[in-house]
Design a binder for this molecule. Structure first.
Ligand code: ACO
Length: 436
């Protein structure tokens, strides 16, 4: 019997099966041979929310949630945050290696020259209501890029794919900045190619009548670090959507729009906005114990706490805490930081949170920094989506080059009626119908 295998005895039939084990997994399709008879469909696994199912092999990002480790292409996140720029990290995620000096120069040049939005995209965005949520504007506009670049449908052409990747990474800050300025009623600021990726983003957000925008270098670097920390996170909810939609061979704009939509939810990237609301609701340090008590009694959650994978301190939250100090030296301390620190202190000493291994995640401190920099909470998830685009695209490229992949299509356990006789309208009994 092969050493790397598992033996399953089906007590329904007394039959025994030997299944190969590879990299700590069995193939779900190997279970299909386990049947009670010729009419049996075969054994499946039931795994809502993919709690224990690997949907792909990936060499992009490694997480050890128990030990609080995050690496992109083998490099620890702490090292990348200290030594690299966001575009350097985006290159690493997409191509697998850190760029040489000339490769980076070329890459930065190419991304910089794809920051401009087509005037029709600008007009499209002008059609949004002034109070539209910036994240909804972002999602819709990314999808609308598909109408500007119809050749993006040629997803099997590697050169074409790379062009769309550069466009997406280049244009995300432009769309994000325009959605921000649209909500304020300010005119769109065109990109400035003399500036770095984050400086240019700041320029498009905050330039008013001055002839040349000069970004504060500490804030520009802090934003760059935050972008590095948010660039990828293996098979999270939005990456899974990117892969799922991408598996139908939709174009990268539509797949990225779908991934961004997944990110917008309060249990995923939308949590950073919710953290700020929560801190404002708490109001002061003194109210923290009462708030924690309420959460423990089942009234709401501590937003920015807990993670499906991390059962230890999120390594990104540690770097964000350090970055916050740098930002506050420029902007002054955000009073919400004191409430957040107290919340963290009390929660980490509390049996409820200890038992469930609930630690601050990336969203816990990021919103406080963003707010100190001058962003409104509605923009926080948009700020998350800009760098995550690099991760989504790296996951998408990997998917398209993986011969194991097919259109994503889970199975179900059907719980509805067996075949029924049709009831004519006159014989139907009325009932309260719940939508859903
Ligand atoms: N506050 C209070 N209790 C919590 C929290 C929280 N933030 N998170 C989880 N719990 C509790 C659950 O109620 C559950 O308790 P129980 O065992 O008594 O029922 C237990 O901890 C396990 O939680 P699950 O919901 O099963 O964990 P899951 O892995 O499904 O959820 C998630 C992870 C969605 C992140 C969850 O922790 C959460 O909702 N956190 C708040 C939202 C948030 O910060 N999201 C951002 C995540 S990071 C990111 O996406 C970028």
């Amino acid at each position: 019997m092969a050493h790397d295998s598992i033996v399953i005895t089906d007590n329904r039939t007394n039959q025994t099966y030997t299944l190969p084990v590879k990299q700590g997994t069995i193939r779900a399709m190997d279970l299909r041979q386990i049947k009670t008879g010729p009419d049996d469909f075969g054994l499946m696994t039931y795994d809502p929310a993919f709690m224990n199912t690997a949907s792909c092999r990936s060499s992009v990002t490694f997480i050890d949630g128990e030990r609080g480790i995050l690496r992109y292409r083998g490099y620890p996140i702490e090292v990348l945050a200290e030594h690299c720029t966001f575009l350097e990290v985006a290159y690493l995620l997409l191509f697998g290696e850190l760029p040489t000096e000339s490769e980076l120069k070329n890459w930065v040049h190419e991304i910089t020259h794809h920051t401009m939005l087509h005037e029709t995209t600008k007009k499209f965005m002008e059609g949004f209501r002034h109070e539209a949520h910036p994240m909804a504007m972002l999602v819709s506009t990314i999808a609308a890029l598909s109408t500007v670049y119809p050749q993006a449908r040629e997803i099997h052409d590697a050169e074409n794919r790379l062009l769309q990747i550069k466009r997406l990474i280049g244009k995300m800050p432009s769309i994000a900045a325009m959605s921000y300025r649209h909500s304020l009623g300010f005119p769109y600021v065109y990109p400035d190619n003399d500036l770095t990726y984050t400086e240019n983003f700041m320029n498009m957000l905050w330039k008013m009548v001055e002839p040349k925008y000069v970004a504060n270098p500490v804030l520009a670097r802090a934003l760059d670090i935050l972008f590095i920390l948010h660039a990828d996170h293996e098979q999270n909810c939005s990456a899974n959507v990117m892969r799922s939609v991408g598996s139908s061979q939709a174009d990268p704009y539509l797949s990225t729009a779908a991934a961004a939509a997944a990110l917008s939810g309060p249990l995923h990237g939308g949590a950073n906005e919710e953290v700020l609301k929560m801190l404002d609701e708490i109001g002061s340090k003194e109210n923290v114990p009462a708030y924690v008590k309420k959460v423990k009694e089942g009234h709401g959650k501590l937003m920015g706490f807990g993670h499906r994978v991390y059962k230890n301190y999120d390594p990104r939250a540690k770097i964000i805490k350090w970055t916050a100090e740098q930002v506050f030296e420029v902007t002054g301390r955000n009073r919400r930081l004191d409430i957040a620190l107290e919340l963290e202190r009390i929660a980490l000493e509390d049996e409820y949170f200890i038992q469930r291994k609930l630690y601050p995640n990336v969203d816990f401190y990021s919103g406080i920094i963003y707010q100190a920099m001058g962003f409104r909470p509605e923009m926080f998830t948009v700020l998350f989506a800009i760098p995550r685009t690099a991760g989504w695209l790296a996951q998408w490229q990997e998917l398209l080059n993986d011969s194991d992949q097919k259109i994503a299509r889970p199975r179900q356990i059907y719980t509805g009626h067996d075949v029924r006789e049709f009831v004519p309208m006159t014989k139907r009994a009325s009932m309260e119908v719940n939508a859903g």
